[in-house]
Write a protein of this length. Sequence first.
Length: 135
Amino acid sequence: DIKLKETTVRTVFADDSEIHPSIKPAVATAYELGFIDPVSENGKLYFKPNEYVTVAECASIINRILSIDTELSIPVSSVIEGCPEDSYLAVSSLCSVSILPHDDGVINASEPLTREYAAKIIYNVKTFLNLYGSY
């Protein structure tokens, strides 16, 4: 079980004041568990709470939680575009278990995550967990 920090006055992030107080326990816990990566600028760590997350970043976070390491059995170039190298395995793994939808045939991993796509991913994660429990 993941337990949120009960009180977090400050996170480790230089932009801590931009993080809503009610979100800080989740951010601090997710960081400590290694689920989220900070942005490093000028030797400081930033959370960047008001920036969009890309499909690749979302895939990396979900894959850190689920620990799926199955790559696609089809040529990746036919499905995944714009994927940073450090997110490739996460994107590929989540495609292989149908968590990342690619109904139109291509995932642009560098695109910002839309609410529509996020809802589909959340639904697919729930479906995956219903079928397999933990992976």
